[in-house]
Ligand binder design. Structure first.
Ligand SMILES: Nc1ncnc2c1ncn2[C@@H]1O[C@H](COP(=O)(O)OP(=O)(O)O)[C@@H](O)[C@H]1O
Ligand SMILES: [Mg+2]
Length: 229
């Protein structure tokens, strides 16, 4: 039984479309998962996560459920909190000869670099400050909405610097482990501990600034005040 969003292409056409591997298939969760990049007829670049028997089990799904279905739901929920994430072009799962096949297609984040790569390039202080501010805002909104990213590594934070000024866009990637927590502080503690350990080349001074911006944004959200961009 197929489970999917309104299709732009039917499941089997996505499943059969192959591009270059960005993440070669890994054996995980008793199945496998890989990511390929391809281009559609309209010239868009797309990332296709393709999984076989890659399941998570829960009380509601004791036999297991394809993880991309949960990831697609998380992408929608987090986007609704105004946290920038890639746009989902298609997702779906179906059982084939007793195995789950599942795909999640997202539009490429155009002009973005992951945080590791971004920090390895020279960045003006104003631009660094703007990046830390935007990242703090995105994290505060997600946590205020009780969503925990669950895999907050520098490689899953994407940054785009537009033009010569300090305009910065942030996007969060790979919501495969994202889940709703009972309290914002639970989500916050988990993600900030994780990012602290996996922030790559971000210097200690920038980490401290990020926390200041983050606390400020969380306080404003708790008081129901608009948080400036
Ligand atoms: N929409 C996207 N735009 C840009 N890069 C992407 C996009 N989706 C995936 N990627 C790249 O592919 C890598 C693997 O995707 P990810 O969602 O992290 O899959 P996995 O679960 O295999 O880690 C990411 O770290 C990122 O570099
Ligand atoms: Mg990943």
């Amino acid at each position: 039984m197929p489970v999917s969003a309104p299709p732009s292409l039917p499941f089997s056409r996505w499943w059969d479309a192959h591009g270059e591997w960005v993440e070669a298939p890994n054996i995980r969760r008793g199945g496998n998962s890989g990511v390929q990049r391809l281009h559609d007829e309209a010239g868009r670049t797309l990332y296709v996560k393709r999984q076989t028997d890659h399941l998570h089990r829960s009380l509601r799904h004791p036999l297991g459920r394809p993880t991309v279905l949960r990831e697609a739901e998380a992408l929608r929920a987090v986007a609704a909190l105004e946290v920038p994430v890639p746009t989902v072009a298609y997702y779906g799962a179906r059982k084939h000869d007793g195995q789950w096949h599942a795909i999640l297609v997202t539009e490429a984040l155009d002009g973005f670099l992951d945080l590791d790569t971004w920090y390895r390039q020279p960045q003006a202080p104003a631009r660094r400050a703007a990046m830390l501010h935007q990242l703090a805002l995105a994290l505060a909104r997600m946590h205020h909405g009780r969503w925990q990213h669950g895999c907050l590594y520098a490689k899953h934070v994407f940054v785009r610097s537009a033009g010569a000024g300090s305009t910065i866009d942030i996007a969060l990637l790979d919501l495969e482990k994202a889940r709703r927590r009972l309290l914002p502080d639970m989500a916050s503690r988990h993600d900030l501990d994780q990012l602290k350990r996996h922030r790559g080349p971000m210097p200690d001074a920038d980490w401290a600034d990020l926390l200041l911006h983050y606390e400020h944004a969380r306080r404003a959200l708790r008081r129901g005040r608009p948080v400036e961009h």
